[in-house]
Structure formats: structure tokens, C-alpha cells
Design a protein around this ligand. Sequence first.
Ligand code: AMP
Length: 277
Amino acid sequence: MITILDTTESLKSYIKNRKIGFVPTMGALHEGHLSLVREAKKQADYTLASIFVNPAQFAAHEDLDRYPRQEQQDIALLEQAGADAVFLPKVSALYPEGFSTTIHVGPIGQILEGEVRPHFFDGVALVVTKLLLLVEPTVAVFGEKDYQQLIIIKKLVNELNLNTVIVGAPIIRDPDGLAMSSRNAYLTASERKIAPLLYRVLHDTMLQLKGPSVNSDAILLNAKEKLLTYGFSAVDYIALCDANTLNPLINVTAPARLLAAARLDSIRLIDNVPILF
Ligand code: AMP
């Protein structure tokens, strides 16, 4: 039976003298999240997931109240995947009345996703720091689906001398290539048909970028136009970046990553691919 921890006190006594592999989530779990649980199980003695929809990373106009919640189903899925415990804190347990501390991750939080969501990564950094200090895990597993988040968390853990190894896990996709996401449930049937083309374009663009003496600006512009032609309502970015720092790259030098965000009306999809040699 999975152990349910719904207070910080019960969490503290659970983790005592245990080597924990930690998987933080916002719930509405799918195979992508469960793959992180399986990875954590390989790396530690006890696997603990958390489900917490973090208000600090949503802006006033964003979908905090609309974010899908299915706690009982999530607990059952975590148990099936082999998690030993789940931490389900209340908002008031992590952010009591009067809470005012902030974390600012700096310029890396202002590019790519940060351009449309300027406070997002500071909010993520705050909750991840709190969770890592509470859970004291040996390893914590994050998905490459949120690649910028993974890089920012690695940087944060290093810069704040937190005692956890951050492990990145590959993106889990539906058979047609669409990266699994809790928000995919909001897509209409016709949007769902367009959605996998984001991955297709990223994959094709990645192959083009590896060609000899390429003009990456022209290739990226062409990729953006293709997405719009396929029916995406907007392309927030399609960017070639250094895979470790996320600094923009003019030409492909290893290690590199191609990242994109595109919209199907109100639904924003993000995805990324490595540039493999
Ligand atoms: P979320 O619940 O959306 O905050 O995601 C929790 C964790 O699951 C994050 O580390 C995500 O990167 C990861 N994740 C979400 N979707 C996927 C996916 N399709 N493949 C792998 N990891 C994922």
C-alpha cells in the first residue's frame, strides 16, 4: 500500500534515515509522470512523489483553478507504478498566511518560456526548493518535457548547494509523437490532430540543422511558417540553444537542443528535441 502523507509532520517522520528518490508533480498524472517514478525507483530505496498545484507559478490570468485535479486516480496510478509514498500538502502548509519569500532565478528565467510567463520559473524555483528541503531526497527526477525547467533546477540546486542529484528523464510521447501533457485533455478533436505536428516539425528541423553549412535562421523561420500553415494559431518560439546553458546558438555545436512553444487557440504546447550527432 502506498503511504499517504498529507502534512509536513508526517512527511518529516517518513523520510527519516531513508534514501529517497523524489518525483514532484502537479497531478493529473499520465505515463510521462509514471516514467519518472520508475526512474526514481532505480536510483533510491524509497520513491516518493508529490502532488501539488503550485499557485506561485501561475499568473493571475492563468489556469490555476481550471488545472485538472484527480487525486484518487493519481494515487492509484502512483501505487501501480511502484511509488512508496505520496506527499499531498495543502496550499496553507507550504504558503502560510503572510508568506513573502521569493526566489529569483535570473536571466535564464526570462527567455523562451519566461518571455510569455515572466514569473513562472521563480514560482517553480520556490516550490522546488521548499520541496527539496522538506523531502531531503538523494535524487529527484524531472522530465525533459519541461527542458528549461530541468536546466534551471539543476542550476538552482548547484548554486544553492542543495544536497540532491537532479536527474533528467526522456519525454514520453503518444504513438503519433505528441508529448504527453496534462493539458492535452483540453484539446478539441481537430486540435488533437494538429498537435503532433509540433514534434514532426521539431524532428525534421533538427535533421536540417545538422546538414553541412546550413543557414539556421532560415531553417527556423521556415519551421515556424510550417507550423502556422499546419494550423497552429501562433508560434511563441522555435529556438536553437546550448543544451546546458540555453544560450542561443547561431550554428549547431554539440550539445544543442531545439525548443518550441506553439498555440492551438488557448492551449499552449511545448516540446523539444536533442540535436543528436
Ligand atoms: P507537471 O505535473 O506537469 O508539473 O510535471 C511533473 C513532472 O513530469 C515534470 O518533471 C515534467 O517535466 C514531467 N513530465 C510531464 N510530462 C512528461 C512527459 N511527457 N514525459 C516525461 N516527463 C514528463
